[in-house]
Design a protein around this ligand. Sequence first.
Ligand code: UDX
Ligand code: ADP
Length: 464
Amino acid sequence: MKIKNICCIGAGYVGGPTMAIIAQKCPHINVTVVDINEKRIAAWNDEDVNNIPIYEPGLSDIVKEARGRNLFFSTNVDEAIDNAEMIFISVNTPTKTYGIGKGMAADLKYIELCARQIARVSKTDKIVVEKSTLPVRTAEALKNILENTGNGVNFQILSNPEFLAEGTAVEDLLAPDRVLIGGDIDTVKGKDAVEALVNVYANWVSREHILTTNVWSSELSKLTANAFLAQRVSSINAMSELCEKTGADVNEVAKAVGMDSRIGAKFLQSSVGFGGSCFQKDILNLVYIAKSFGLNEVADYWEQVIILNDHQKRRFAANIVKSLFNTVSGKKIAILGWAFKKDTNDTRESAAIYVSDYLLNEQAEIVVYDPKVTAEQIYADLDYLGTRSDSENRSLVSVVSTAEEACKNSHAVAVLTEWDEFKELDWNEIYKNMLKPAFLFDGRRLLDKAELQSIGFDFFVIGN
Ligand code: UDX
Ligand code: ADP
């Protein structure tokens, strides 16, 4: 099947950047990204490409190049499905907040709604590609819905998990370590569908980097990759606590360990805890699947990665309280960085949310500065926890537009996202404008300890 029209359902952090690159690299394919969120689509269509809803280095230029040529953003989901030979599903799959599997299993309601819509609208054969991270065997559920509610057309389901990391999405998409495509490779139609998607990627990715597997392997590989990556962060974070007790330095340990080529140097940066939409969700999902097969030891093993991560966030916050003479009540604490990592405006599961919530429970006043996250997003993140009312959050938390303003008259500063600009701040000036003793907590190993101590800060850093 020759692909001329692609539809992508879901214009989020995965769908948006992925489709922008496909459109850029495949000018012969029309790519339409659809979403039910009208505001989001309007932002993707904003005349000023700097206003697109997702901040990713390099993305706005690509959107500028392809938008209106062969890249379109629309809320007309039915029309885009009808016109496409290939449909990507990139909708959100949050952890369930109700019912069976609450707090663990992925909520597949958005996926199911998509499947039903595709089945209802399709009048010609379609290749349906699951792009969102999904529990193993979701493809089977998709197939079931499509075949039982469709108009008798043929659907091929492919799994094509996304490995891009936010903040580096464009480079990850342009030069992926691998592209993984799972399909029904034992049948002719299944093989053809896989080949059709291989041909899309082959426009810019060499064939050796495109792996094809059966659907289940592909689905499980995605969960496994994220679990391994998160495990590395929790492993180094576990050592960070031990370093703080023993006088070792976690960066030195990470360097020594990472130089072992069997271990490798990446993903050993100790931090206040990993965040993002994937790691926790995928591990919880893995734990849920393992438990549902009665594999309790497997489930417990992976659950520990989350337990350690929660502990890391909590102990960082607890250390702030302890250092400030066991009380932060009524004290002003500046939070520098709200995004879950630098170079993104995504805040899902960001450590900053949990650290702030902890400090608010201790009656602190919080002032936040993040270069890319809006005030409304910050309030929405705190409200989502349900710890206190929106009006209480708004009265205790203020959001300002510079780091200097956040730190002014504060008792303590906590660096929670590793934005490059925090390294360039005039820390001498910040120190002068803070209450004394001036405390600085570096949750990202971003700042130079000796320099900040010489300015006069009481300086705390993870893992040292
Ligand atoms: C992750 C996977 O890397 C990606 O392949 C998958 O498609 C989606 O999930 P993402 O969550 O966007 O990507 O970012 P990532 O760079 O993996 O960082 C996740 C979290 O771990 C961030 O909070 C980051 O700050 C933290 N982290 C990462 C560390 O604390 N230390 C590290 O060494 C690496
Ligand atoms: P991700 O990080 O996986 O891309 P996001 O939450 O950023 O997740 O994006 C998912 C998008 O999918 C959201 O913009 C949401 O509005 C959209 N979406 C969810 N369900 C549907 C649906 N049935 N039809 C169209 N869009 C949907």
